[in-house]
Design a protein around this ligand. Structure first.
Ligand code: C2E
Ligand code: MG
Ligand code: MG
Ligand code: MG
Length: 282
């Protein structure tokens, strides 16, 4: 690296880069102990059924209550977790904890037994052969109905190891668990490739939804994505909905579900029941 900067210029020590490297190492070390120290927390963001205007379910979103740095967002530590492989244990912990929570909610009189729970799985975990064994264990332990569980995968998963990924997808579908393609539109997978996989839903990335807000007549690719996905038998979720006008447009396009700050930010678990009870019908 020093050489690339030109002849005779040797960069021996860069304090800023050094500081950054030390920080990353510290975060990595802390993250190794975060599960046992019970510092990981799950927030839940409601997903609204646009046909009924009611809460259909929640997406589990990870937070880390760091003892010194405070509440950390996934963008600040998921990349480190992925690089170090810690993500496997973390994602399984999220799946286990969120399924426990779903069980508790479903036993609550005010909550529909159809309430769904969506959990994000990193591409790395998705290519682990023992993922299915872990999922089976969690379902047996928590006794949740697998059809209420949705696993969110990204396009990078299906672009990776096609045979193993197809086998795992088949196993998941045999268990009646739902599969959602998250952040659709940000990767390189085509709708026709997606059609060759047994996916249940497609979540349109918020960048597409955000752009809809600013162009009154031009809704970009959103109408096309929705109509093709639906013609392929998938349900469609819009993420990052922040304005009422977006809800109206999405409804007119027959989009099934929506999620975003307009309805609610991700909520700490104790706030969820009250939210369901007090949410206006959208
Ligand atoms: P994602 O799965 O696409 O989740 C949606 C993200 O958008 C969440 O960010 C959510 O808080 C945010 N969001 C929701 N509504 C709005 C809105 O109206 N406007 C804007 N600007 N943002 C909105 P968050 O919680 O920071 O999570 C970021 C990403 O981290 C997630 O994106 C997901 O890829 C990853 N992630 C979160 N939890 C987990 C986990 O347990 N495991 C793995 N592997 N990844 C996770
Ligand atoms: Mg997601
Ligand atoms: Mg998403
Ligand atoms: Mg996203």
């Amino acid at each position: 690296r020093a050489k690339a900067q030109g002849k005779g210029r040797y960069k021996v020590f860069d304090p800023a880069m050094y500081q950054e490297a030390i920080q990353l190492l510290e975060i990595e070390n802390d993250l190794r102990r975060a599960i046992e120290r019970e510092e990981l927390i799950i927030y839940y963001q409601p997903i609204i059924d646009l046909h009924t205007g009611r809460v259909a379910g929640f997406e589990a979103l990870l937070r880390w209550q760091h003892p010194v740095r405070g509440l950390m967002l996934p963008t600040e530590f998921i990349p480190i977790a992925e690089e170090t492989g810690l993500i496997n244990d973390i994602d399984i912990w999220v799946l286990q904890s969120a399924c426990n929570q779903l069980r508790i909610w479903q036993d609550h009189p005010a909550i529909s037994e159809n309430l769904t729970l969506s959990v994000n799985l990193s591409a790395r975990l998705f290519t682990q052969v023992n993922l299915i064994t872990q999922i089976d264990k969690i379902i047996n332990k928590t006794k949740i109905n697998p059809s209420n569980l949705e696993l969110e995968i990204t396009e990078s998963v299906i672009m990776e190891n096609t045979n193993l990924v197809r086998a795992i997808i088949e196993e998941i579908k045999q268990r009646n668990i739902k599969l959602v393609m998250d952040d659709f539109g940000t990767g390189y997978s085509s709708l026709s490739y997606i059609h060759s996989l047994p996916l249940d839903s497609l979540k349109i990335d918020k960048s597409f939804i955000t752009r809809m807000q600013f162009s009154q007549d031009n809704m970009g690719l959103v109408p096309t994505i929705i109509s093709i996905a639906k013609s392929m038998g998938m349900t469609v979720i819009a993420e990052g909905v922040e304005a009422k006008e977006q809800v109206e447009k999405l409804r007119s396009l027959n989009c099934d579900f929506a999620q975003g700050y307009l309805f609610s930010q991700p909520l700490a678990q104790p706030l969820v029941i009250d939210f369901i009870a007090s949410m206006p019908q959208w």
